[in-house]
Each structure stands twice: as structure tokens, then as C-alpha cells.
Design a binder for this molecule. Structure first.
Ligand SMILES: CC(C)(COP(=O)(O)OP(=O)(O)OC[C@H]1O[C@@H](n2cnc3c(N)ncnc32)[C@H](O)[C@@H]1OP(=O)(O)O)[C@@H](O)C(=O)NCCC(=O)NCCS
Length: 170
């Protein structure tokens, strides 16, 4: 498995992820078509300080999902937030999500731009919470997050990038 920068050709991947009711179950539900284009353009046009990566997996190195660290408005400031989505047929496979997050965290840490990463995970999203815990995120408690106008009860997770790489590999 490896990551590459999200690119112009990945619009279909954003459409497949954001349009899927199962992928979007804890993220406010499937996106309308217009939002897919918006999300795609934001990913392609991301400047320094944001990372949108396409996850490539399997013998044919095919796109399996998207992992990102991007700026979010939170309590009056811009914070770096982690997000990950795998195509529905590619879940529960050999730690793909954990591996992809470790790779992007290493990249973000190496940039020196970000002291810690936030994640907001739907309260019932057990798979995402398990993945966050495994890569070293620590829960900072429950919060209500507005996701595209839909209020979602979430748990707020934090990963301090001062943690040693050995901790993240555990
Ligand atoms: C979140 C996501 C990337 C996790 O990837 P995944 O391939 O499903 O997860 P894995 O198979 O690697 O499983 C990770 C852990 O979750 C557990 N798990 C997986 N599905 C689960 C479920 N439905 N209920 C409870 N635990 C579950 C696994 O047992 C594993 O636990 P372990 O680390 O203790 O062994 C994937 O489910 C996804 O794309 N979800 C839709 C988008 C989303 O919600 N993203 C998160 C937004 S922050």
C-alpha cells in the first residue's frame, strides 16, 4: 500500500466515496452531485499545510480511498483535521486504514507545520474509533459537530505529533 497526491483524475473516487450511503453513514449522508465537484476541486487545489492523498492498494496499485489532513474551522480557529474513507469493498482488509493514516501522519510530522492533528468521529462509528486509537489518537470527549449543515454527535480525538514514531508503530 502507498499514498500519492490526490489528482485531477480522482474525481470518480470522490464521487464513489461521497455518494455512497454506507461510506457516508456517520458523515451526514451521501453528498449531492454538486458537492462532489466542490469537494474534488478543494482536494485538487489544496495548497501548503493541507494533505489530500489517494490510497493505492493491491497488486495493481488501484485507488482504494482517500486520506487527508485538512484545515477546519473549530471554536474560532483553523485546526488540522484527519479524514479517511475507503471504498466499501475494501474495508476490513489487512489494516489498510491504519497503514494509510500512519503514512500521512509521517508526512505531516516531517513537514514540521502541525503540532497535533484532530479527528471528529461519529459517536457510533466503531471502526473509525478503533483505527484512531490504534494509531495513537487519544479521546478528548464528546462534541457536536456541524457536517455540511447536519449536526452530528462525535467524539473528538487528538494526536500529538510530539509522540515518537515508535509509539505510532505499536
Ligand atoms: C473508518 C474506516 C476507514 C476504517 O477502515 P476499515 O477497513 O473499516 O477498518 P479495519 O478493518 O482496519 O478495522 C479497524 C478496527 O475496527 C474494528 N472494526 C471494523 N469494523 C467494525 C465495526 N463495524 N464495528 C466494530 N468494530 C469494527 C476492527 O475489528 C479493527 O479493530 P482492531 O484495530 O481492534 O483490530 C472505514 O470503515 C471507512 O472508510 N468508513 C467510512 C468513512 C468514515 O466513516 N471515515 C471516518 C471519518 S473520520
Amino acid at each position: 500500500m502507498r499514498l500519492r497526491p490526490y489528482g485531477e483524475d480522482d474525481r470518480w473516487l470522490t464521487a464513489a466515496l461521497e455518494g455512497d450511503p454506507d461510506v457516508m453513514r456517520y458523515l451526514g449522508g451521501p453528498a449531492p452531485l454538486g458537492r462532489v465537484q466542490q469537494v474534488h476541486e478543494r482536494r485538487v487545489g489544496a495548497a501548503g499545510g493541507e494533505w489530500y492523498r489517494t490510497i493505492l492498494a493491491g497488486p495493481d496499485d488501484a485507488p482504494a480511498g482517500v486520506v487527508a489532513v485538512f484545515g477546519t474551522a473549530w471554536q474560532g480557529e483553523q485546526i488540522p483535521e484527519l479524514g479517511i474513507m475507503l471504498l466499501p469493498g475494501l474495508r476490513r482488509r489487512h489494516g489498510l486504514a491504519v497503514g494509510a493514516i500512519r503514512l500521512i501522519v509521517a508526512e505531516v510530522r516531517a513537514s514540521g507545520l502541525v503540532p497535533r492533528i484532530h479527528a471528529f468521529i461519529g459517536a457510533a462509528n466503531a471502526a473509525a474509533a478503533a483505527v484512531a486509537r490504534r494509531v495513537g489518537f487519544v479521546s478528548a470527549g464528546p462534541v457536536d459537530v456541524d457536517y455540511e449543515g447536519v449536526p452530528i454527535r462525535c467524539e473528538h480525538w487528538l494526536l500529538d505529533l510530539g509522540a515518537s514514531p515508535a509509539e505510532l508503530a505499536g
